[in-house]
Design a protein around this ligand. Structure first.
Ligand code: URA
Length: 436
């Protein structure tokens, strides 16, 4: 006999595994408002303490995925691969990665998010490009992926609507940090894009969602296992997020920096992160035999200008000004510049990504509530990064604010994010682990 919804809550509360059909029933009842918000909240708390095994997590992912539209990219030839980052500070990788991978022949359909809290969002950064639209219809999205090789839009209300409602409940019931709930949330949205493969950048460290390596690995392992069981090719790379990625933190300035990468310039850590993830995407997409082969192809696409051309086409197809690619200075940055100076000579031992991210939010580059607007022109530029030797009074960061703004509180916050040492700090590698 079929168990009642309340019996299912009790079973999970007591630590039992639910049948796949039972998980589906919970989600479909929630969608149909037969399961109340408080009952779903009770289920989420039971999951927080009791967990979900992989079969249950696949069932939850698929139930959330099918609560909305699954994009049909059947008309786009090739193995379609996307990348998802769990979020960090200065993480503008998607903006250079998508056109770069597409230039190597792997279609990249990308549905991205907005910044929330201390982490930035790809959509906000892209919208710093004059005219660029991220609210395209599903049919335009599919057409641009087919014609250009990549398209980057925002989550529509048709994509995994159950995730949106469940996430809102998690946010107010202290259940966001549950690994199976995070996995189902991320994968339900990504699988709705109609992809065949997914490369996950699981960030770990001060500025990441997962502060410690053990939990980041557990998240990466489960993302890969569940994504694979859901029929996709999935690889996860754990990367460090103690200091911001690259030098720019903001929106327009981050897009400029991502464009630099497409011109063979840009900071080393950003280039490395882009190449590592891109090489995995080319392997999953069948366009490279190995990561080394993938890296070479990516470098060639930068050197030949092919990646920059795809970026121009994508921007044009999405209503933006393609001239920003050849001339990133067309992206306007706030005119008032305030310098942050090293208080002593020595080495920069750390630049706290969380503190820099929060400083950016306080300046208006990010948001604390989902309905807030961001100011694309304000931002922070890091002139020194961990490991750099600095002299007393040397500029370590610059803050860009609107003229007339009192920037002293921002300057103090950014200055406080820097730590110094007498000896060079131990070098730490960006890539922590690869999980397959
Ligand atoms: N990102 C998501 O999309 N969902 C989560 O639950 C956590 C991070």
């Amino acid at each position: 006999m079929e168990r009642s919804l309340v019996e299912l809550l009790a079973a999970k509360r007591d630590g039992a595994a639910l049948e796949e059909g039972e998980i589906r029933r919970l989600v479909s009842s929630f969608n149909a408002s037969e399961l109340a918000d408080y009952q779903m909240a009770a289920f989420l708390m039971a999951v927080f303490f009791r967990g979900l095994d992989d079969a249950e997590t696949v069932a939850l992912t698929e139930a959330m995925l099918h609560s909305g539209t699954v994009l049909d990219l059947g008309g786009v030839p090739g193995i379609k691969v996307d990348k998802h980052s769990t979020g960090g500070v200065g993480d503008k990788v998607s903006i250079c990665l998508a056109p770069l991978v597409a230039a190597c022949g792997v279609p990249v359909p990308m549905v991205s998010g907005r910044g929330l809290g201390h982490t930035g969002g790809t959509l906000d950064k892209l919208e710093a490009i004059p005219g660029f639209r991220t609210d395209l219809s599903v049919s335009d999205f599919a057409r641009i992926v087919r014609d250009v090789g990549t398209c980057m839009i925002g989550q529509t209300k048709e994509i995994a609507p159950a995730d949106k409602r469940i996430y809102a409940l998690r946010d107010v019931t202290a259940t966001v940090e549950s690994i199976p709930l995070i996995v189902a949330s991320i994968l339900s949205k990504k699988l709705a894009e109609g992809i065949d493969g997914l490369v996950l950048d699981v960030k770990v460290g001060r500025g990441a969602f997962m502060k410690d390596e053990e939990r980041a690995r557990a998240l990466a392992d489960k993302l890969v296992r569940v994504g694979t069981r859901a029929g996709k090719k999935v690889v996860a790379i754990l990367t460090r997020m103690d200091a911001p990625l690259g030098r720019a933190v903001g929106n327009a300035n981050e897009t400029r920096e991502a464009l630099d990468v497409l011109h063979g310039k840009g900071p080393e850590d950003l280039i490395e992160c882009t190449l590592v993830l891109g090489a995995e995407m080319l392997v999953l997409g069948g366009r490279a035999e190995s990561a080394a082969d993938g890296t070479k192809k990516l470098r060639d696409a930068i050197a030949s200008g092919a990646a920059a051309r795809v970026m121009e086409k994508m921007i044009e197809a999405q209503g933006g000004d393609p001239k920003v690619v050849a001339d990133p200075s067309r992206l306007s940055i706030a005119e008032q510049v305030v310098e942050v100076k090293a208080p002593r000579a020595g080495f920069v031992s750390g630049v706290d990504a969380l503190a820099i991210g929060l400083a950016g939010v306080s300046m208006g580059a990010g948001r604390t509530r989902a309905d807030q607007a961001v100011d694309p022109a304000v931002g922070i530029e890091l002139d020194a990064k961990p490991g750099d030797a600095v002299g007393a009074g040397q500029v370590v960061a610059r803050i860009f604010v609107r003229p007339g703004t009192d920037a002293s509180p921002f300057r103090d916050r950014v200055a406080a994010a820097f730590t110094y040492s007498d000896a060079a700090p131990p070098a730490s590698s960006l890539v922590v682990a690869r999980v397959v």
